[in-house]
Structures are given as structure tokens and as C-alpha cells.
Design a protein around this ligand. Structure first.
Ligand code: ATP
Length: 326
């Protein structure tokens, strides 16, 4: 089937900076793909190339198989939501949502506005001004506005980054529900937050320095990361050297810390402890080569303190660790 979105070797320059380098990806009808990567890796640039907000210096952008590389944004029929909700402050919620629907008759427009406000749980706020809404509510309205034209493609650029942590978690739930209600909408979701990517994406594309590093189904990429970069970026994995230039990939929750001299582990020294709410993150340096290993443990009872010697217990490949080559 023809992909809803196709980027083919898209390269983008800002002056002399190459912000995107021969980047290719497909998003299928109904699929959500997250672009995940550190700040400045080119995620927003890729999204802007799809939206038509910038002109690639090479490559092409396809929507449902149609080459739109040189088409202006308004001809692409895409819904876009960016970090700062960017609602018109002098317009009521319903008028903000109706903004892109000028070509529709009045009754149809009113019905459509009601439908999408209902979809995002904001029907009761149609007559308010943006300043009378919380950040999360404003972002819901921005999503409703993007969905009002019933776009086959929805682009979300860090839509939750302006919200506080608890609201972000709630909005992830909202977006999951929205996805279920719009099963044919293709979503490209830009984030540097791996929890959002893991919760929402069918596939994740990991980016670094303007390039695609790895792309795969979300669970596959998490459990079997093909590269050291993806392993450490997705799931904050520990990378522990093995013989033959391989690295053992071990998540912090898989590591245990015990008293010095405990058999079956590696000698180490505790270098730090951070309380993280439900767990403590204990950081150790291995005696053998100084490798830093992070462990998430439920309790510090009986564990060596900072500066003391310890034993680090990591699972083997059969016990849940994976291996990447470098
Ligand atoms: N308008 C611009 N002019 C010049 N350089 C830019 C412009 N926009 C982005 N860049 C540069 O292009 C590169 C990629 O930027 P981009 O915004 O795509 O990154 P990102 O992965 O989305 O980052 P973030 O997570 O911080 O938003 C960066 O080096 C950035 O500094």
C-alpha cells in the first residue's frame, strides 16, 4: 500500500548548516512514527519538510504517493501541532478550531467544530478564550484545530513539552485514545522524550546529527537495539564492554548492587545515589575498566554507600541482556 508520508533522501540546509542529511522514512496509513533524538538532531527539520515550511535542498517529500516537495503548506492538507499551542488569543475556542474551515458552509462548519472539540474532550469550552484555559486545555484545542480538516496526516512537534510532568502523562493517555478513534490517520511525532515515543509510536526512528541512526518497531528497537547510540538513548541502557568489541546492553532495572565480595558479580565502587521517587538510581564504577553502571533499586537497605566498594550483578545474554557490536 502507498505510504501516507514518504521522505526520500531529504537534505535540508540552513545556510551552511546541514540540518537533515539524505533522510528517508515512510509512514503507513494509520501508523504513528516517532522521530526521537537529542536536541539539534534534525527532528523538527524533518517534520517541517513534510509540512512544507521549508524547501529541501535535495530529495523529495511524498504524500499518499504524490510528490509535494514544491507544494505550499496549504496545498498539502496536513494537520500540524507545534510545541507552543499558538492559538489566536483574540478568538474563542470554536473560532480557533473553525479557522481552517472557511470553505465549508456554516452549518457543516459548526457541526465539524463540535465534533472535533468533542473528540478532544473540550466541547464545554467552545465559548472561552485561550487565556481562560490551562496549558493542557489549550493544547487539546490546538489538536482539535489540526484535526478539523480531517487530515490524513497529522504532524506533532513536541506537543507536550510545554506541559508539566503530570499533565504530560495525562495527555499521552489522551493521544492514545485519539489514535484509537482515528485509525486511518498517519502521525509523525517529534519528541526527545523516550516515554512518549514508547507509549505512542508503532515505530521509532532514532536520529543523531541530521541522520537516521535506526528505525524499527518500538518494542523491537527497545529490546534489541542495533546500535550503542540507540541502546543508550532508548531506555538509558548501560553499555558494558565484553570481549571481541561487543557491548552488553543492560537496563538500569536489570542491575542489582550488593555488598563487596558477593559472588557472581563484578567488583565496583559506588559513585552516586539519586532518589527518583519509586526507585533509587545507584551509580557504580567497575574496578576492571571504570565503566559506569546505573542500577535502579527499590531500597538502599544493606547496600554500600557512596565511596564504598560494592558488587554489581548484571544479567547475562540468556537472562535478558542483549548485545550490540561497536
Ligand atoms: N532556522 C534555522 N536557522 C539556522 N539553523 C537552524 C534553524 N533551525 C534549526 N537549525 C539547526 O539545524 C539543526 C537541526 O535542528 P532541528 O530543529 O531540526 O533539531 P531538533 O532535533 O528538532 O532539536 P530540538 O529537539 O532541540 O527541537 C540544529 O543544528 C539547529 O541548530
Amino acid at each position: 500500500m502507498t505510504a501516507a508520508i514518504g521522505l526520500r533522501d531529504v537534505t535540508v540546509h540552513y545556510g551552511r548548516t546541514e540540518a537533515l542529511s539524505a533522510f528517508s522514512i515512510d509512514v503507513a496509513v494509520g501508523e504513528t512514527v516517532a522521530l526521537l533524538g537529542p536536541s539539534g538532531s534534525g527532528k523538527s527539520t524533518a517534520l517541517k519538510a513534510v509540512a512544507g515550511f521549508l524547501r529541501p535542498s535535495a530529495g523529495s517529500v511524498l504524500l499518499a504517493g504524490r510528490d509535494v516537495t514544491h507544494a505550499p503548506p496549504r496545498e498539502r492538507g496536513i494537520g500540524v501541532v507545534v510545541q507552543q499551542y499558538a492559538l489566536f488569543p483574540h478568538m474563542k475556542v470554536k473560532d480557533n478550531v473553525a479557522f481552517g474551515l472557511a470553505a465549508m458552509g456554516r452549518a457543516d462548519r459548526r457541526a465539524r467544530v463540535a465534533e472535533v472539540l468533542d473528540l478532544v474532550g473540550m466541547a464545554a469550552y467552545a465559548g472561552r478564550y485561550p487565556r481562560e484555559l490551562s496549558g493542557g486545555q489549550q493544547q487539546r484545542v490546538a489538536i482539535a484545530r489540526a484535526l478539523a480538516i480531517r487530515p490524513p496526516v497529522l504532524l506533532l512537534d513536541e506537543p507536550l513539552s510545554a506541559l508539566d510532568a503530570s499533565l504530560r502523562a495525562e495527555m499521552v493517555g489522551e493521544l492514545q485514545r485519539l489514535k484509537r478513534e482515528l485509525p486511518d490517520t498517519a502521525v509523525l511525532y517529534v519528541t526527545h522524550d523516550q516515554t512518549e515515543a514508547l507509549a505512542l509510536a508503532d515505530r521509532i526512528a532514532v536520529m543523531r546529527d541530521a541522520r537516521l541512526v535506526d528505525v524499527d518497531a518500538t518494542e523491537e528497537l527497545y529490546h534489541r537495539p542495533p546500535s550503542a547510540f540507540t541502546a543508550s538513548f532508548l531506555g538509558a541502557a548501560n553499555l558494558i564492554p565484553r570481549e571481541g568489541g561487543e557491548l552488553l546492553v543492560v537496563r538500569p532495572h536489570q542491575v542489582a548492587v550488593a555488598a563487596a565480595g558477593t559472588p557472581g558479580g563484578r567488583a565496583a565502587r559506588v559513585t552516586g545515589v539519586q532518589w527518583r521517587g519509586s526507585t533509587y538510581r545507584v551509580t557504580c564504577a567497575l574496578d576492571a575498566d571504570g565503566t559506569e553502571v546505573r542500577a535502579d533499586v527499590a531500597s538502599l537497605d544493606g547496600l554500600p554507600g557512596v565511596g564504598e566498594t560494592a558488587t554489581v550483578l548484571v544479567p547475562t545474554v540468556g537472562e535478558g541482556a542483549t548485545v550490540v557490536r561497536v
